[in-house]
Design a protein around this ligand. Structure first.
Ligand SMILES: NC(=O)c1ccc[n+]([C@@H]2O[C@H](COP(=O)([O-])OP(=O)(O)OC[C@H]3O[C@@H](n4cnc5c(N)ncnc54)[C@H](OP(=O)(O)O)[C@@H]3O)[C@@H](O)[C@H]2O)c1
Length: 281
């Protein structure tokens, strides 16, 4: 059953999933309030004084936490924010979460037991890490050096995540459920490099490195320490095989297969985002 138009606060509203969730909800006629530090009113996870203004008058919140639910302090932030939202009259919380992360699942539990309707969108690694995040630069450089060469990852597209999130936000049948989402197949980083090479017509070399070498490379490039720690955690904990299987989460909600990495790669190549000349402009 389709619910009436909702008033939805979308957190991470300019980010990888939030942007697409917000666009889709607006197209469907819902009232969307953008939630981010640059929005008005501003929302900042690091400043709880900004939270009441963002949730005021809203009936639903899409929670895309920053920087990561696995980091220290996330649980307290999710607990505090959920309580505040429920007290302010929010009737539904939909949280974006990470697959195989114990700490993220503790945050899911907080939302599940918040006393209002909920949905969990529990995702594997996003394709968009290669076009909107820390893996874009190596693709532009034509040289992908990463640890865990043996890991098989069911990469998922944020178009599919946003489509599922919108269903979970707007439809009763997808409410009070955990939606575990993956792409349609397992890929290694070397296979990712091959797919990107095929799509761009540019050679993207893959070089396996150890986690220690990778950390040293990030330090050399002056990557901030907390981000290095997060990346270390993601590579060491999550790529140990625990997530090396696909789910039918996308198909169960949308009635269609998730987008394959090769299709995403063709789209990105056509957009110019992986063109080193375009990127310098
Ligand atoms: N990337 C993946 O592969 C993956 C996989 C599974 C789960 N997840 C989870 O998805 C969530 C989002 O990760 P993402 O990589 O996709 O990031 P993202 O949503 O692309 O992050 C950027 C967004 O967050 C906002 N933002 C940044 N810092 C903020 C702050 N202090 N307070 C409020 N908003 C802030 C940004 O807007 P402003 O700059 O305007 O504030 C922007 O809208 C994380 O919790 C992550 O664990 C990610």
């Amino acid at each position: 059953m389709i619910m009436k138009a909702r008033k939805i606060l979308v957190l991470g509203a300019t980010g990888k999933t939030g942007r697409k969730v917000a666009e889709r909800l607006v197209k469907k006629g819902h009232e969307v309030r953008m939630g981010s530090r640059s929005a008005s009113p501003a929302f900042d996870w690091e400043n709880s004084d900004t939270w009441p203004g963002a949730v005021e008058g809203m009936d639903t919140v899409y929670i895309a936490f920053q920087p990561d639910l696995a980091l220290p302090g996330a649980k307290e932030a999710i607990r505090g924010f959920s309580q505040l939202a429920v007290d302010a009259g929010v009737q539904k919380l939909v949280i974006l979460s990470g697959r195989g992360e114990k700490e993220a699942q503790e945050c899911e539990e907080i939302v599940i037991h918040s006393g209002v309707d909920w949905a969990v969108i529990r995702c594997d690694w996003f394709n968009q890490n290669f076009s909107e995040s820390f893996l874009l630069e190596p693709i532009l450089a034509g040289h992908l050096a990463l640890p865990r060469a043996e890991a098989k990852i069911p990469l998922i597209d944020t178009d599919d995540i946003a489509d599922v999130a919108v269903e979970a936000i707007t439809k009763e049948e997808h409410t009070n459920k955990v939606h575990e989402l993956t792409g349609p197949r397992l890929l290694t980083f070397s296979e990712v490099a091959t797919q990107v090479s095929k799509a761009t017509g540019r050679e993207i070399a893959f070089q396996p490195v150890t986690l220690e070498q990778y950390s040293a490379m990030m330090e050399e490039h002056n990557v901030p320490k907390p981000f290095i720690q997060l990346v270390n955690y993601l590579f060491s904990e999550l790529l140990d095989g625990r997530n090396a299987h696909v789910t039918d989460g996308v198909e169960r909600v949308l009635g269609r297969k998730p987008k394959d990495f090769s299709e995403y790669a063709r789209e990105m190549a056509a957009s110019g985002i992986w063109d080193p000349v375009e990127a310098k402009r």
